[in-house]
Each structure stands twice: as C-alpha cells, then as structure tokens.
Design a protein around this ligand. Structure first.
Ligand code: GLU
Length: 477
C-alpha cells in the first residue's frame, strides 16, 4: 500500500498517573480528529508500566473524561479490538519478544552495574566536565539476560539524526543525543522509550501526536527504529499550552484543571472541544465556533501551530455561550432544568430566552436561580418607597397601577407585543416612567429586571392582576 492510501491509525496513550487536564485531552482530540477525518482508527492505549507513579482510579477517570467529551475510540481497554490487550502491563510478552530480537542482533545487553556504580560514572563525567552518557561506560562483556537485570539498548551506529516533524519541520541532533537507554527495567516492565515503539509498530500506528517534551528523545527512538529495521510513524509534535501570562507551560501543579471540573462547573462538552481545538490550531478563516463534526472536517496537521498556545478562560466562556445559543430549545431546557427545579416547564419555557441571555455557563444558574428569577415563582417583598417613580406620591403610583389593572381583562396576553400594545398608550399619556416603573417594580420587587411587558407575559394575566392588588393594598390598606 502506498503512503497516501494507507489507513490512518492514531492513538492516545496516557499514563494513568492522575487526572486528565487540558493538555492530555487536546492530544487525544487531535489524534481522534485526524483518524476520524480519514475514516481511520483511533486507539486508546494505557501506558501503565511505571508502577511507582500510578494513581488508582486514573483509568476510569480517563475513560469518563473522554466519554463525556464524545471522543470515542475504535479499540481500547474497555472494548477490546484486534490488537488487544490495550494495557501495557498486559503486553509484557510482546516487549520480551522484541527484546530477544535485539539481544540476538547484538543491540541489547543486561546492565551489570549497580545504582552506586552508575552514580560513580555520573560523578566521573562531572569531574571531567562531560555530559554523562552511559554508553561511555558500557562493559566489554555481557552475561546472559536473566530478566532480573535491567536490559539496555546498545546504540548500533553513532550518527547525527535528521528527521521531519509534521509540525516543527526538519529537526536534527548530534551523537550526544544517543545513549544506551533502558529497554526493560529490573521489575520486568518496559520503559516508555521501548514500549511505545513496539506498540505503535504492532498496532499499525501511522501518526504519533504528542507533547514537545519528547523531541529531545526522538534521536534515541530513531536509533531503536533503525535497530529493528522499522519505518517510524509520522511525528506530530503539539505546541505547549501556556498559562494566561503566556510564559509558563501549564501543568497540573500550575493550575491546570481536571477536565471533569469543567463539567461540574456547567460547561458544555462541545464548547470544551471547540476551545481545545483552537488551542494550537486554526482553520485559516474567520470561523471560531465549530461543532465537533465541523472541527473534524476542517482539521489539518499542516495548520497546527509551532509555538505555545495561551489558555484564556474568558475565551472558553465566550465559546461556551456561543454553543449555548446554538442549542435547541429542548437541549437548553434540559440543561437549565436541574438548576431550576422549582419553576416547572411551562414557566421555564417562557423564561428560557431571558435565562440564556444572562449566562455564559449553566453553572451560573446556581446564583441566578436564588435571586434574579425567583420573583417569577414567589411574589416579591415590596418596599413602598421604591414603588414610586421620581417625585410621585405612592397614591399617584397606585392610581396608575389600578388603571393598568382595569386594562387587563381586555388585554390579549398571547404575546409580549400584544400586552405592550394594550398598556403602552396609557403609559405614554401619563409619562412612561410614571406608569411603567411602578408596574415593573410591583410585579418583580427588583430594581433591575426584564421589561414589564415581558414580566406580564411570563406571569400570566391572573398573577399580574393579583400582584397589582397586593401592592395597591400595601400602599393604601
Ligand atoms: N504515556 C505518555 C504520557 O502520558 C504518552 C506519550 C505518547 O503519546 O507517546 O506522557
């Protein structure tokens, strides 16, 4: 098969060492989008070979996060697939097979030295002011590998490597980047350096999307690809994600949030996808709002940025609001409902446009429900001083309210506009503020709210009538 017709296979290969944050999710997103765009295969592989750093529950967390976002895999630990298993800890026989091939070729050997001895070499390198390279201290002769000693790679040729990264372009490194790195540790588990190469080979991975911290080790990987006579996949190095100040790489310790915290805060998963899509890529035009499907269609490795992408939560909130606006009424209702259980669907439907207008994320409804919209279900407390407009007397305001009340029986309440048409002429005759302020305040008890016609429409004729009666009685008992 030629390069261009070869099936695209990408993978997301997290280590289960804690929660997922934006960096990991963006890697998954780009790898997923590239496979989807080409009707290829996206694999979820768990790199659990560092038992010391492993954090319990990480695998479940990874799966839950990706599922929430709708990033779905074709093969993975929970669903299996033709390259199962997908946990590296269950693939030790594969690594051993390739370790034996390397041993046979003379490109691997058991490390005979203790930690203390290696420390001595390191100190020696310091004394002679040379960078420490294990291969400078490589023993002349080796024992058989008993599986208990670490197995090291034996660099086959010391040469300068030049390679092409799909994002960074041509890169190169001198021989000082090559060393006899560990393939299999003394605990029997492979290192990342070894395991990912074997798995990518066996799983037919065509593109490796990963963070820039792996560039420095790429020459080592290239010498291992050479030793195994395999053609490496395409390297796609993603730009770092920086904090708001644009300087520091965002890590778990520097405020990178658990991705599921965004769900807890009421963000939409499609907005998170859109936001992460733009953290390191752009479509080349003006468009900034993408559904996941539009992103997949537009995504191109050639448009991934080289330099770091700044994370701005303000931008995320803006994107989220745009996605809220694009939701169907039914979907909006579903999102609002859990926060506003007391309101009932009939009222909620009428309130919906005003609620949507007020928020950027649904989580904000926690506060809004308590104050701004509450008067729609609980008649408000009224302060008589506040009923009046400017210098009017409470009695004058009462008179206006009663006149509006008299208009109600013949008012068509089927739309905001029809209510406005019925009341506005009277208000214009006596001064808009004089009539409409007392009306709006009498109904809402709020200094600020939506206009009185909208409130009338949402409350309904009877409730408007009753609230006016209540306020008038309070003014003049
Ligand atoms: N297991 C590596 C990590 O979590 C993945 C690197 C890669 O994608 O190859 O950092």
């Amino acid at each position: 098969m030629s390069e261009s017709t070869k099936k695209i296979v990408t993978r997301f290969a997290p280590s289960p060492t804690g929660f997922m944050h934006v960096g990991g999710v963006r890697t998954a997103l780009y790898a997923w989008a590239w496979a989807k765009k080409h009707k290829g295969t996206f694999i979820l592989r768990i790199e659990d070979t560092d038992k010391v750093r492993e954090v319990e529950g990480s695998l479940e967390h990874i799966i839950e996060s990706l599922r929430w976002l709708g990033i779905t895999w074709d093969e993975g630990p929970d669903i299996g697939g033709e390259h199962a298993p997908y946990l590296q800890s269950q693939r030790l026989d594969r690594y051993e097979k390739y370790a034996r091939i390397l041993l046979e070729k003379g490109f691997a050997y058991p490390d005979p030295f203790s930690e203390e001895e290696i420390e001595k070499f390191r100190n020696h390198a310091k004394e002679v002011k040379k960078a420490f390279l294990y291969r400078d201290y490589r023993p002349e002769e080796f024992d058989e590998w008993d599986g208990k000693k670490p197995l090291r790679f034996k660099v086959p040729v010391l040469k300068e490597y030049t390679w092409t990264d799909a994002v960074r372009g041509e890169l190169s490194a001198g021989v000082e980047a090559l060393d006899d790195f560990i393939l299999i540790k003394s605990d029997g588990y492979p290192t990342y350096n070894f395991a990912h190469i074997i798995d990518d080979l066996e799983m037919g991975v065509t593109h490796i999307m990963r963070a820039d911290e792996f560039i420095a080790s790429t020459p080592k990987y290239l010498s291992l690809y050479d030793a195994l006579e395999i053609t490496p996949p395409v390297f796609v190095t993603l730009p770092p994600i920086l904090g708001e100040e644009g300087t520091k790489k965002l890590g778990k310790r520097d405020g990178a949030k658990d991705i599921l915290d965004y769900r807890r805060d009421g963000f939409l998963s499609d907005a998170i996808i859109n936001f992460l899509a733009l953290l390191g890529w752009n479509a080349g035009g003006e468009q900034e709002i993408f559904t996941p499907e539009e992103f997949i269609k537009n995504f191109d490795i050639a448009r991934i940025h080289k330099s770091g992408a700044e994370l701005h939560e303000e931008k995320l909130r803006w994107i989220n609001k745009e996605h809220i606006k694009k939701q169907s009424e039914e979907a909006q209702l579903e999102s609002v409902r859990p926060y506003m259980k007391a309101y009932g669907d009939v009222l909620l439907k009428k309130l919906l446009p005003h609620i949507i207008d007020r928020i950027s994320i649904y989580g904000e409804l926690v506060n809004i429900e308590q104050s701004d919209f509450r008067f729609f279900i609980d008649p408000p407390d009224i302060d008589i001083e506040q009923v009046v407009w400017k210098d009017d007397l409470p009695q004058t305001s009462k008179m206006y309210l009663e006149e509006v009340q008299r208009l109600l029986p013949t008012t068509d309440f089927s739309s905001i506009e029809s209510i406005k048409q019925a009341i506005m002429p009277y208000a214009e005759e006596h001064g808009k503020g004089n009539v409409l302020w007392p009306l709006r305040y009498a109904l809402s008890g709020q200094e600020k709210s939506v206009d009185p016609f909208t409130i009338c429409y949402i409350l309904g004729k009877d409730e408007v009538y009753n609230r006016i009666t209540r306020v008038c009685k309070k003014i003049d008992p």
